[in-house]
Design a protein around this ligand. Structure first.
Ligand code: SAH
Ligand code: SF4
Length: 361
């Protein structure tokens, strides 16, 4: 019998597979709290049980292929899956300064981990490198959660440290909704990685029907929409999916989406020079978002070899932001973390594939 990935199972599912069932909780804690790397190390389990687990399950579904560290300390990982496909994930540490209860200035680091949900992507956005390789397959729930587990281990991030997750790596999470929804729940388990859904943001290119489905699941996650354009004609050129789900359908799906009253839906807007960086677009965006508790995140387009678009000027991005803020829309500019490593999704993978080709030639 072929071994299966133990990380694919929720604790409840594992409890049904393992006798006696209370062992599932212990196994979970060994994996996600104590970061062990073999079943052998699960010292409070009987020896024959450890041997059985070893025979039937895989514990480490990902292999490190490459890590790039940026000068701003973000780290980009390329992981290989059991079938040789590779996916990327990025650790983004953010240094924060806060005044504690005693009035002292304290420094601490907040972690965000950006993860992939598919190998490749079907959506085919014209500006995206992941789109170029086409779609290979969905990631399983355990292949999604393993990215966070391995990055926490590799950086000695203690179990109890809070991390945020963004599904903004390779792939369209809502095109792999069942596995992503299961990953959200496995992440949240208190005996597991203990990452509440309120700390998980699913980013989508705007599959309106799937947004509605996700809403019905009522997982308590945060939603980010990759909008990038304010009229259908341009959006269709950038993102062919807009033919099936136009801007109006996305806005309607967002309005119906259950969101924590203290939170906002994020709208990502990839700014490309002379494409969508004009004030007329900013004006339309304000209108579109009317009545939605939203926050806009402006992203500098990150050029890659062969891309037809250019990085916008700082002035145009700042002017765009200023217009939104002046008209009552919350707006931030994404710090281009890791620009000196291969920043946007798909770029580390492409680079490594090329290097491997060169090595082989
Ligand atoms: N498929 C989902 C999530 C993964 S893409 C989505 O599209 O939302 C995550 C983000 O990276 C998206 O907002 C996408 O538009 C952005 N992105 C893609 N290519 C980029 C590039 N070259 N430079 C900057 N951001 C890019
Ligand atoms: Fe897929 Fe997102 Fe890239 Fe579009 S931007 S091709 S949806 S990964």
């Amino acid at each position: 019998m072929e071994k299966v990935n133990i990380l694919d199972f929720s604790k409840e599912e594992l409890a049904k597979k393992i006798k006696p069932s209370f062992r599932a909780k212990q196994i979970y804690q060994w994996i996600y709290h104590k970061y062990i790397n073999s079943f052998e190390e699960m010292k409070n389990l009987p020896k024959d049980m450890r041997e059985n687990l070893e025979k039937n399950y895989i514990l480490n579904p990902l292999k490190f292929v490459k890590v790039e560290v940026s000068s701003d300390e973000s780290k980009k990982y390329l992981f290989a899956l059991h079938d040789g496909y590779t996916v990327e994930a990025v650790l983004l540490p953010m240094k924060k300064e806060e005044i504690d209860e005693k009035g002292k200035l304290v420094h601490h680091t907040k972690y965000t981990i950006c993860i992939s949900s598919q190998v490749g992507c079907k959506i085919g956005c014209s500006f995206c490198l992941t789109a170029k390789e086409g779609f290979k397959r969905n990631l399983t729930p355990g292949e999604i959660t393993a990215q966070v587990l391995e990055i926490k281990k590799d950086n000695n991030i203690a179990q109890e440290r809070r991390v945020n997750i963004v599904y903004m790596g390779m792939g369209e999470p809502l095109d792999n909704l069942d596995n992503v929804a299961k990953a959200v729940k496995i992440f949240a388990d208190l005996d597991g990685l203990c990452i509440s859904p309120r700390r998980q943001t699913i980013s989508t290119s705007g599959l309106s029907n799937q947004i509605a489905k996700l809403g019905k699941m009522d997982l308590g996650i945060l939603l980010a929409i990759s909008l990038h354009a304010v009229d259908d004609e341009l959006r269709q050129k950038l993102m062919p999916i807009n033919k099936a789900y136009n801007i109006e359908s996305i806005i309607n799906a967002v309005k119906a989406f259950p969101i924590d009253t203290r939170k906002r839906v994020m709208f990502e807007y990839l700014v490309m020079q002379n494409v969508n960086d004009d004030i007329k677009s900013a004006k339309k965006l304000v209108k579109l978002l009317h009545g939605i508790k939203s926050k806009v995140n402006l992203i500098y387009f990150n050029p890659h070899i062969g891309s037809e678009f250019q990085r916008p000027s700082r002035n145009s991005v700042v002017a765009f932001q200023q217009y939104l803020v002046d008209h009552g829309v919350l707006c931030t500019i994404r710090q281009s973390k890791g620009l000196d490593i291969s920043a946007a999704c798909g770029q580390l993978k492409e680079k490594t594939d090329k290097e491997l080709q060169n090595d082989n030639s």
